[in-house]
Design a protein around this ligand. Structure first.
Ligand code: ZN
Length: 180
């Protein structure tokens, strides 16, 4: 099938959740990319793994983001407290989209149902499209809070220095803002 002219500049980046959704992905109509780390997220021979192989046969290409793009994405991920929620593949997907947008000046859209990916993408001004869920409407930051006394801890503290209780992750309400 011939590609429509106005679609040629859009590049879809496919993440783990998009493959796991089992929903049809536009690999035969659009330029679709993913990252090599994603292959490690499926158990070989399983249904998601077979879906992934099928997508590659259909035209899904694997690209490697630059280390500079990875570095910049990791800084934002750390700042927003998302380090523990994003796998190596997730961060690589974000870095690839970021690189395409900033260096190649092309429109990258991440196909994902992962709220943490959507959150970081929104901060980096990268478009996302949900597969099956509604998608986020706000950006947010995760903070560590003490389970005992409720004190807000730093991103590196896992134990409260005041009462010795463990930390839990909560959304910092001050950082919530409506996504444009
Ligand atoms: Zn405490």
């Amino acid at each position: 099938m011939e590609k429509k002219k106005n679609d040629q500049s859009i590049i879809y980046i496919i993440d783990t959740s998009a493959v796991l959704s089992g929903k049809p992905l536009p690999v035969d109509q659009h330029h679709c990319l993913t990252v090599e780390e994603i292959a490690d997220e499926f158990s070989p021979g399983g249904s998601s793994w077979r879906m992934f192989q099928y997508l590659i046969e259909k035209g899904l290409n694997i690209h490697r983001p630059s280390s500079e793009a990875k570095k910049q994405v990791n800084q934002v991920v750390k700042k927003m407290g998302e380090t523990h929620r994003l796998s190596k593949a997730d961060r690589s997907v974000l870095a690839l989209a970021f690189e395409i947008k900033t260096e190649k000046k092309e429109k990258a859209i991440i196909l994902t149902d992962d709220y943490s990916i959507q959150n970081i993408a929104s901060i980096l001004h990268i478009s996302t499209q949900s597969i099956s869920q509604k998608g986020i409407t706000k950006t947010f930051k995760w903070i560590r809070r003490c389970r005992g006394c409720g004190r807000v801890l730093s991103q590196d503290e896992t134990i409260c220095p005041i009462c010795g209780s463990t930390a839990k992750f909560v959304v910092d309400k001050k950082t919530k803002k409506t996504k444009k």
